[in-house]
Every structure is written in C-alpha cells, then in structure tokens.
Design a protein around this ligand. Structure first.
Ligand SMILES: [Zn+2]
Length: 187
C-alpha cells in the first residue's frame, strides 16, 4: 500500500469496501481513523492508574461501559476475564513499570466459559494428539469465579498494589455492572 498524506487519501466512507476480507475492512477503517487522528501527546502511563481485566466478549465495550477515554487505563482481556499467569504478567508490568495501582475485574452474564468444562482439553487432545498446557478455566458460578480472580490478584507476590482490587459482573442485557462481594460465599 502506498503511503499518502491525509489530504490525498481517497475519501468517502465506502471508498474501497467492495470485496475483501474482514481484515481488509478493518484496515480501511483504520485509514479513516488515522485521517482524523491527532497525536494526543500522552506517554504510556495510564492516566487513571487503573488496569481493567475483562472477558473478551464482543458485547462488552469496556471504554463505553466505564466512561473511559484514550489513555485512561490498561485493558487486559481473555476468554472469561480469568486471572491466568499471563494476566499476572501484564498486571505486574502495568503496576511496576507503568504506574497503575487499582485493578478492576469484569466478568459478565452469559459467558461462553459457563458452557464449557475441563473436558474441552480432553476433546482437544483426542482431536489433535496433544494436550494443551493451559487450563480451560471454565466455571459454573460467575460470582465465585470473580472471587477467585480477585483472590489470585490479591495473593500474587509480584504485584505492588493489591489493596484496591474490585470485581464485577457486567449484565449484557442491561449494560449494568454488579459488584461482587469478595467475602460472600457463592449463592
Ligand atoms: Zn465471557
């Protein structure tokens, strides 16, 4: 692709959207985004000193749902919003190198992990002949899973700040967050 200045980019919302893959569509959208983009001059440290760990679910628009702006936070997402070793890795870098102090955990209603079990690993092993090293991290009780995630963050030896760790369930039907009491047993 030829680099052009914004003044000479062929404009129009459907300039090159015929055919192509979904990735082509995203790249075209990016060209329009970059045309209107101005460097906000920020450094990499999140303005609100917060890291949000959330499920990758497509119905959860974290920035809109939490009133977040560009530069405000770190967002760390995976299937389930589970606190895995790799999430701890990201949180450790977030806190120790980029100054975040608060952690917000967000699971949600209707999560795909509720319909999976650890048998998924067995199925994979049968199909491909190799057992994945990772746990599926499926769950039955979303509140309990949020509690477990909070516990994993709070007890991590690598994190500097574990006093402000809060967990929530996002309702995909209402858009509302419901906070999970870390002390309550599963109900
Ligand atoms: Zn989910």
């Amino acid at each position: 692709m030829v680099m052009t200045t914004s003044a000479s980019v062929p404009t129009g919302p459907h300039a090159a959207t015929t055919g192509g893959t979904v990735t082509d569509r995203l790249v075209e959208a990016n060209e329009r985004y970059a045309e209107a983009f101005t460097d906000p001059g920020m450094d990499a440290r999140p303005v609100l000193h917060v890291a949000v760990v959330a499920c990758m679910d497509a119905r959860l628009d974290l920035h809109a749902a939490l009133g977040l702006q560009l530069g405000d936070c770190h967002t760390i997402r995976n299937a389930g919003g589970v606190v895995t070793d790799d999430v701890i890795r990201s949180l450790t870098i977030s806190q120790r190198k980029l100054g975040t102090r608060s952690v917000v955990l967000i699971h949600h209603t209707g999560c795909g992990l509720e319909s999976l079990t650890e048998d998924f690993r067995n199925e994979l092993e049968e199909e491909v002949g190799q057992r994945p090293a990772w746990a599926v991290e499926s769950f039955r009780d979303v509140d309990q899973d949020v509690r477990q995630s909070m516990q994993r963050v709070r007890t991590s030896p690598f994190l500097l700040h574990t006093d402000d760790v809060r967990g929530f369930v996002f309702d995909v039907k209402t858009g509302l967050l419901r906070e999970v009491d870390p002390a309550s047993p599963a109900s």
